[in-house]
Design a protein around this ligand. Sequence first.
Ligand code: NDP
Length: 247
Amino acid sequence: MSVENKVVVITGASSGIGEATAKLLASNGASVVLGARREERLSQISQDIINNGGKAAYRVTDVTDPEDLKALVALAKEKFGAIDVIYNNAGIMPTSPISALKTNEWNAMIDVNLKGVLNGVAAVMPDFTAQKHGQIITTSSVAGLKSFIGSGVYGATKFAVRNLMEVIRMESAQEQTNIRTATVYPAAINTELLQHITDKNAKQGMDKLYKSVGITPDAIARVVNFAIDQPEDVNINEFTVYPTKQG
Ligand code: NDP
């Protein structure tokens, strides 16, 4: 079973990496179910996909609410009759030094980047376990592999999902449930991610880096497509994606 005919739920699908992935997977024959908070964006992206001959549905979803994730998965089953893949991609990155004590932003990152992924996992696990088939893909970050100044809490959430995904992979093998996992570690990808950085120095530094080396989100869409496209007995587990010009 390749990408074609798979039903894929994508969070953070209203812009950037999620939008690019939804469009690519749909163009390769997947049915995509989009979740995020901005309805206008979701509606437009779904319409674009349908206008191009693809299959798409959307639901306004806040990943911090477990019930929203359950409803998004229910929509996939209702509309397309199955759930094969969830791509936990929604995330926020308001980086700042720890000494700035932006504790509201710390909590928001934990809620979206970590609890949001857990809510996605919990929403699909009953179906995946029962059907002995499924794939959980999550966007971590290179900040989930090594430490960066300013990324103390952002990196903590991204390190955490790395561990979560690896344990799901190991437990799936132990329980023989055939649940595949893939974790993506992007470096600088030009999206709307930097817009929410409130720390002036952090924002300036990031803007400079992304302007000089950033690449388009299609790079991530292609690797997610590749992971889904593998035969069921092949689990492409981790991808690190750097712009060629980023050190
Ligand atoms: P964008 O800001 O373009 O996309 C983020 C997406 O997450 C949006 O669709 C946004 O939708 C959604 N989102 C944010 N909060 C919530 C929420 N509470 N509930 C539901 N959806 C939410 O940035 P990217 O595409 O770059 O980000 C995608 C992922 O990639 C993130 O996890 C990010 O950490 C990760 N990443 C990105 C890198 C980059 O360089 N761009 C590098 C490494 C990792 P809405 O606002 O409509 O809810």
